[in-house]
Write a protein that binds this ligand. Structure first.
Ligand code: PRP
Ligand code: MG
Length: 188
């Protein structure tokens, strides 16, 4: 059996010059479409305590994954977060792009290459002290997940770990999210 990082690398497709010239886009859609790869990705994201001692330290017992709920970031994070929650035996909470959540919410702006974008979270979706596994597909600059971390913490919840399929270390996302624990299945 291939190690998971090699399996992901063998199925992901590099797309040159997308979304703009000079950028190589790592397309994970074929990884999610592959039954074995998707199962192993979800299992890997659902078990950060297996590889991260800081998450392992948060466990209260063998059946405790080290988090109480999974938070997924719209849009690609949604494909993963619900599956991870089901695998871990928790519920799932969405962080959404601006204007989509109907009830009382908090907002966080984050930088894009040109301009800014906004993420939102329902105010009553997490409670004080609740342990959160934050899930997305890609960690690049960390702008997206940094904004999501801010929203989670604004509600008094605690980030157990940030889990992603792919980390692009050249873009500094891990440093941007410090001191939070970043758990990446593939680093490239
Ligand atoms: C992509 C990706 C991550 C984010 C990573 O999302 O899915 O969420 O960028 O980049 P960063 O670390 O520099 O913030 P995008 O906003 O393109 O949209 P999508 O998930 O809705 O497709
Ligand atoms: Mg995204």
């Amino acid at each position: 059996e291939l190690p998971l990082d090699e399996l992901i690398a063998s199925i992901a497709v590099d797309v040159p010059d997308f979304p703009e010239p000079g950028v190589v886009f790592r397309d994970l859609t074929p990884v999610f479409a592959d039954a074995e790869a998707f199962r192993r990705v979800v299992d890997g994201l659902a078990a950060p305590a297996r590889t991260d001692p800081r998450v392992a330290a948060l466990r209260s017992g063998q059946d405790d994954p080290g988090f109480d709920v999974v938070v997924g970031v719209e849009a690609r994070g949604f494909l993963l977060a619900a599956a991870v929650a089901l695998a871990a035996g928790t519920g799932v909470v969405p962080v959404r792009k601006a204007g989509k959540l109907p009830r009382e919410r908090i907002s966080a702006d984050y930088a894009l290459e040109y301009g800014t974008a906004t993420l939102e979270l329902h105010t009553d979706s997490l409670h004080k002290g609740q342990r959160v596994l934050l899930v997305d597909d890609v960690l690049a600059t960390g702008g997206t997940l940094g904004a999501a971390v801010g929203l989670v913490e604004q509600l008094g919840a605690v980030v157990s770990a940030v889990a992603v399929v792919v980390e692009l270390p050249a873009l500094g996302g891990r440093e941007a999210l410090a001191p939070h624990s970043v758990h990446a299945l593939w680093t490239t």
